[in-house]
Design a binder for this molecule. Structure first.
Ligand code: ARG
Length: 725
């Protein structure tokens, strides 16, 4: 018989929780108990005969709990008395040379501690501290990570014990393809087997490895059951009590506790970025919508995001614009009303530029004066930029998008220094009078200084990258433009790698990503344009979406039911939301057809349908007449029926979906999740009566959790939720 004396003295220094949970697992048996923990109390427990027979490892995990609901006080009293007796016995046994004594004292401040004890071969066997087996956030831990991550933590412990010779192995956790097998699966057995095969291992194949991984899983209230499939997949079925508990905890602590953890602190999202005086077309609308969503998802994941509007506010076109401005407003007094539409102004000046050589010459000189910093020219340039800016602001305001402008001109002073750095690395060469960087695999080099000595889009982007990495200390820089610019980005990213600014390994940081997107098409399958073949004005599009929504609401009698303000607000939320969602729900790389009738349909995968679903949930809660805040505090969520469990599990998967959408920069992943959520809610609602049922409290909590997650999805997609419709 072997004894392990565990002195949990260190717990007295911890200021959390009222009780501790003790989990013991040896071979197949699990033993779990919860014990009260009083501050300043040292508890010593003896576990007898736990380390014996055949050298199987066993787990001991201690975790603090803020409540203990399984056992009564009386039970604890007797349990503690029993332990004290055993303790005494063990001490005596130890004094008469018991084989093992483990003292755990001065435990770290982390509230959850797991000890993995292996069969001791000598006295004072060192206790290895592994990751926590906690499957619920400890009281003082804000962010619990995604569901997958929580499962991975449990498997990490088992993997370490099962194959100690491969301590670095990362748990491979995926959702089960076939739901009848379970919710998640661990896929490590096969690759582990490949690593240990023929190296004197006791295992006879991947399946026994899988079985051992399953056997060695620490006790966890998260897992209901496990099974082995195929060559060693370990399937996990999550406990519905645990799912329910996790959702209730989110309802209490807020959905921010479900934010995924990302490996970056600061990111730059370079999006929207229209060109001054030129039209802001639907391509810029896509960039604005996609970029804003990516920024929102990163912000939710606690990344510090710099939202950059890299406007095209520099270049030769300004010479012509400035000269035209001087002609139109000789006094220098410019007002934007007089200029009217900048695009029209741009076209008129271009016409003048093309038709009048004398004007052209003046315009070219104006560029030189502007670049030389001459006061009069700088002022005219600033006026033109300001007018453009006001136009953009109107669109951004309607879309609820916030951006910080650092246009191309901002990086101008940094270009010469940046190019010097690249020259020092031997990257820049002369070619046909221009200075270029040759990129392997590309026929045409990246031009960084034009033949006339001027800088261009590429040199500006290189300087901006240098600035973002070195001055702004961004770890991830994300550029959102149409796929047509892919080559440009690929080339200057490669140049930056060759200069040693970025690591060659795509998985390492700092990192740059180009988020390309396809075209917006009209019903004719061609680039989206209005009748007059002019590009579509963004503001007009948004106006039309709103007007159509308002008309639909009026038709449904809402004008009589609601205040004018409510009508206006709802029409805006639904109209703008519909435009955004129609864009975001597609994989961004594909072209999509802009169609008002489709996007404003209240059936199918549209924002209208989803906003409606949300409003319906809110009305169920309202109609119950219950105070949901009170229910959150006192009610209990129980996931009894299959549809309830399915909905509950889907809610819990929110964090990993956001994580995936962020990591792969794909907003459509979140849209799919949201649509699925509304479908799962519909199945639940058609199967389970909510108001007036015996399970009303629990089901109202499930409704509320669904509404909370839906609202977060809307928020991340930049859509304003509505509460009644
Ligand atoms: N102004 C450019 C355009 O309209 C987009 C700029 C994208 N950002 C960048 N850093 N290059 O195409």
């Amino acid at each position: 018989m072997m004894n392990a004396l565990i002195n949990i003295d260190g717990f007295k220094h911890m200021s959390f929780g009222k009780s501790i949970e003790i989990h013991l697992k040896k071979n197949h048996e699990k033993w779990m108990s919860t014990l009260p923990l009083k501050q300043s109390e040292a508890i010593s427990y003896v576990f007898q005969d736990m380390v014996s027979k055949g050298g199987r490892p066993f787990f001991l995990s201690l975790k603090s709990k803020s409540d203990f609901d399984f056992f009564s006080q009386r039970f604890f009293f007797w349990l503690r008395t029993l332990f004290m007796l055993l303790n005494l016995f063990s001490l005596l046994a130890y004094l008469s040379s018991a084989p093992l004594l483990i003292l755990i004292s001065g435990l770290p401040r982390r509230p959850v501690i797991t000890g993995i004890l292996k069969e001791p071969s000598r006295r004072n066997f060192p206790v290895k501290w592994a990751h926590s087996t906690s499957t619920m956030a400890a009281a003082n831990e804000e962010n619990i990570g995604s569901l997958k991550e929580q499962i991975a933590k449990v498997f990490e412990i088992s993997l370490k014990v099962t194959i100690p010779e491969e301590p670095e192995v990362v748990p491979l956790i995926a959702a089960c393809a076939k739901k009848e097998f379970g919710d998640y699966q661990c896929n490590n057995a096969m690759s582990l087997w490949a690593k240990i095969k023929g190296k004197g291992t006791e295992f006879k194949g991947p399946q026994p490895v899988g079985q051992a991984i399953m056997r060695n899983l620490p006790a966890s209230d998260m897992i209901e059951s496990c099974s082995i499939a195929g060559p060693g997949f370990v399937n996990v079925k999550l406990s519905k009590q645990w799912i329910a508990k996790s959702i209730q905890k989110m309802l209490k602590d807020g959905i921010d506790t479900w934010a995924p953890k990302l490996p970056v602190k600061r990111a730059i999202v370079d999006f929207s970025s229209p060109n001054i005086a030129k039209e802001m077309h639907v391509g810029h609308l896509r960039s604005t919508i996609i970029g804003d969503t990516l920024a929102r998802m990163l912000e939710y994941s606690k990344v510090d995001v710099l939202r950059r509007n890299h406007v095209g506010d520099w270049g030769t076109q300004f010479g012509m614009l400035i000269e035209f401005l001087f002609e139109k407003f000789p006094s220098g007094e410019v007002n934007d009303q007089a200029i009217g539409e900048l695009e029209v102004f741009y076209k008129a000046s271009k016409q003048r530029f093309d038709s009048d050589p004398e004007f052209k010459e003046r315009a070219q000189k104006a560029v030189v004066s502007l670049q030389g910093g001459e006061e009069k020219f700088r002022k005219a340039w600033a006026q033109i930029c300001e007018i453009s800016r006001k136009g953009y602001e109107k669109v951004y305001q309607r879309l609820g998008v916030h951006l910080e402008e650092k246009g191309e001109s901002f990086y101008n002073p940094y270009i010469p220094g940046t190019l010097d750095l690249l020259r020092e690395k031997g990257l820049i060469e002369e070619s046909e009078g221009a200075q270029v960087i040759f990129i392997e695999g590309k026929k045409i080099p990246l031009i960084v200084v034009k033949r006339d000595g001027g800088f261009n889009y590429a040199s500006t982007d290189l300087a901006a990258l240098w600035y973002r990495l070195n001055e702004e200390k961004a770890e991830w820089i994300i550029y959102v433009t149409d796929v047509g610019q892919r080559e440009h980005f690929e080339m200057f990213f490669t140049a930056a790698k060759r200069a040693g600014w970025l690591p060659n390994d795509e998985n390492k940081y700092p990192k740059t990503s180009h988020v390309g997107f396809g075209l917006v098409l009209g019903d004719d399958g061609k680039r989206f344009r209005t009748r007059s073949t002019e590009v579509v004005k963004l503001v007009d599009l948004l106006d039309e979406a709103k007007t159509r929504c308002k008309a639909a609401l009026v038709e449904r009698g809402k004008a009589a039911e609601w205040t004018a303000e409510e009508l206006e607000h709802t029409a805006e939320a639904v109209g703008y939301g519909a435009v955004k969602y129609a864009d975001l729900k597609n994989n961004r790389l594909t072209n999509y057809t802009f169609n008002f009738d489709q996007m404003l349909n209240d059936k199918g995968n549209t924002a209208v349908y989803l906003l409606y679903a949300h409003a319906r949930i809110c009305s169920i809660i309202r109609k119950s007449g219950k105070d949901i805040e009170e229910l959150k505090k006192a009610g209990q969520l129980i996931l009894e029926k299959d549809e309830e469990r399915k909905l509950g599990l889907h809610l819990l998967q929110f964090a990993e979906v956001v994580e995936e959408a962020c990591t792969n920069l794909l907003p459509n992943v979140l849209c799919e999740y949201l649509y699925d959520l509304s479908e799962k809610f519909t199945s639940f609602y058609s199967e389970c009566q909510v108001v007036g049922s015996a399970e009303e409290t629990s089901r109202l909590l499930l409704c509320e959790a669904t509404a909370v997650v839906m609202r977060k999805c809307f928020h991340l997609l930049g859509i304003t939720p509505v509460y009644k419709i």
